[in-house]
Design a protein around this ligand. Structure first.
Ligand code: PLP
Length: 276
């Protein structure tokens, strides 16, 4: 089935992180000693996972239905390794050059999410440099969908999971399809791109990387329309929304995928950019 995107395929973050606090916890292959995981980022991860759990409970959802993408852009590989060793497996990056440099230095069982604006000429380096790329969250037009579809087919990797990025800000932006265009693009990806697996919708929120409840509501409304048009249940269409400052609200509003950077890794070393 083309729609099935299993959020449970990743390790259960919270349980895993908690197990590591116990001296006689289950053995993890490649685990460092428990002293080594006691870093600031590992502690921050545990706290985030606890908050995710609480937010999920508040809205009668299960924490394992919400994926936490640890957004590691600008952060050194040593810090990613610390979070990996604390049990986390899902990481997000938004610059092609940066992700392809990091990937070979880190374990192969990481599930990488690409969350940045993607140019056509960077698709091949991304896909060949990241064999364990789990998802591209930022498909926002037919051209990039076509290019991804073509390259996935030509390198013979398994179908690539994608989300469609929606501009919910109401501001003019070259990133993200307008809400009124998301049905058409979702139809295009599902019917015209056999090597892509449409998994849902993503939004950043406002252009300054903050979000409002309206942004989340807009994305949820887009999902309703897309699911109606494609004839699929809403549970099979993900919502990637919520970042460090608002992930709990996003979860209460139905997010299945939160992208959390600075709360886990600390403030970034260079200012946030919207163009690259
Ligand atoms: C950087 C980034 C994030 C993480 O932002 P924080 O506020 O640091 O959690 C999430 N999503 C995207 C697309 C990003 O580029």
């Amino acid at each position: 089935m083309q729609w099935q995107c299993n959020r449970n395929s990743q390790p259960d973050n919270l349980e895993k992180a908690e197990r590591e606090n116990e001296p006689e916890g289950e053995e993890q292959p490649g685990m460092a000693s428990s002293a080594a995981i006691d870093g600031v980022a590992a502690a921050a991860l545990r706290s985030v996972l606890q908050r995710v759990q609480q937010a999920a409970e508040k809205s009668a959802r299960k924490a394992q239905d919400i994926r936490v993408v640890a957004v590691s852009k600008t952060k050194p590989v040593s810090l990613l390794r610390q979070v990996y060793e604390a049990g986390h497996r899902c990481f997000g990056e938004n610059y092609v050059q940066e992700i392809v440099e990091k990937v070979p230095q880190l374990p192969e069982d990481i599930e990488w999410h690409f969350i940045g604006n993607l140019q056509s000429n960077k698709v091949k380096p991304l896909l060949t440099g990241v064999p364990n790329l789990a998802m591209v969250e930022s498909v926002d037009d037919e051209k990039i969908a076509n290019r991804l579809d073509h390259v996935v087919g030509s390198i013979g990797r398994k179908p690539l999971k994608v989300l469609i990025q929606v501009n919910t800000s109401g501001e003019e932006s070259k990133f993200g399809v307008e809400p009124s265009g998301c049905v058409e693009l979702a139809k295009y990806v599902t019917s015209g791109c056999p090597n892509l697996e449409f998994c849902g919708l993503m939004t950043i929120g406002m252009l300054d990387y903050t979000s409002t409840p309206e942004n989340f509501k807009t994305l949820a409304n887009c999902r309703t329309e897309v699911c109606k048009a494609l004839g699929i249940p809403e549970e099979q269409c993900e919502l990637s929304m919520g970042m460090s400052s608002d992930f709990e609200l996003a979860i209460e509003m139905g997010s299945t995928n939160v992208r959390i950077g600075s709360t886990i890794f600390g403030p970034r070393e260079y200012p946030k950019k919207q163009s690259n």
